[in-house]
Ligand binder design. Structure first.
Ligand SMILES: [Zn+2]
Ligand SMILES: [Zn+2]
Length: 280
């Protein structure tokens, strides 16, 4: 078996350029933003964009792809205007995914900002139900580092969001980010800790709900709740933690997408190479 590894790449110059960049990093799956991640703007895509992107991907054998939602989205918010803006943005991203033939849209569920955990989770589930998830797309909730009133820190909390929604279970999945899991307190490094982590995924979420992994080392210590990504092997998860992950039969068939820092000490290519070496 080969690991399915890729990176979050830029779409500047046209979405099909992402495929070329991915190829340069030696990735065979990947992730993109559909617009500018720090604004509400989502680009509109034509059928032609979709055809070009799909053709380029097929030529290079890159699958699957993920659209990462903008960082502004917060479905957990008690504020109606922010909730509505978040919905509009996510809907535009889902529609972009459908146009481009992208399989997944991933988003950070959000923060309750004072309304309380239960209210926040309910709001997120309500938000999911308001979205029209296209036939060919699966919406993914990403686990979070858990800072402040952020929701989705534990596997159980993600499951609650899915269970509270009326939307069919098959339309919603989960993306596990290794940096966020570590920051949230999960031990990916020791054999025992990693076993406990897998067990919690199985019991509290259901292993089959996990569709994508974000592979990032962490600059900060376990339980810090800080979201600072680091190159593979240079952080607190370290090579030992990633060796556990890439050799786990529960997880290693999943697409693995790197979101290592922009100011690369190591290129995506080097990170991908390292993960391939740790496997087997
Ligand atoms: Zn992530
Ligand atoms: Zn992150």
């Amino acid at each position: 078996m080969n690991l399915n590894l890729g990176a979050h790449v830029s779409i500047s110059g046209g979405v099909e350029e992402a495929v070329e960049r991915q190829n340069g990093e030696d990735g065979d799956c990947g992730q993109i933003f559909a617009g500018s991640p720090r604004t509400w703007s989502v680009s509109e895509y034509s059928d032609e964009d979709g055809e070009k992107f799909t053709e380029a991907r097929q030529e290079e054998g890159q699958s699957p792809y993920v659209i990462h939602s903008t960082y502004l989205v917060n479905l957990g918010t008690p504020k109606d205007d922010l909730f509505q803006k978040s919905l509009d943005c996510l809907q535009a991203e889902l529609d972009a995914a459908s146009k481009l033939g992208v399989e997944y849209v991933v988003f950070h569920p959000g923060a309750h900002t004072g309304s309380g955990r239960e209210n926040g989770i309910e709001r997120i589930s309500e938000g999911i139900d308001r979205l029209e998830i296209p036939e060919s797309v699966t919406l993914l909730l990403e686990n979070t580092a858990g800072k402040g009133t952020t929701l989705g820190k534990t596997m159980g909390e993600l499951r609650e969001m899915i269970d509270n929604a009326e939307t069919g279970d098959g339309k919603i999945g989960v993306c596990i980010d290794t940096c966020h899991a570590h920051a949230a307190g999960y031990d990916l490094v020791t054999e025992e800790g990693f076993e406990d982590f897998l067990q919690e995924i199985e019991e509290d979420l259901g292993t089959e709900k996990v569709k994508v992994l974000h592979m990032n080392d962490s600059k900060d210590s376990r339980g810090s709740e800080k979201d600072n990504h680091q190159d593979i092997g240079y952080g607190e998860i370290g090579e030992k933690g990633f060796e556990n992950i890439v050799n786990s039969e529960t997880l290693n068939h999943l697409p693995m997408v790197l979101e290592t820092p922009q100011e690369h000490r190591e290129s995506y290519r080097k990170n991908i190479e390292k993960l391939r070496k740790l496997y087997g």
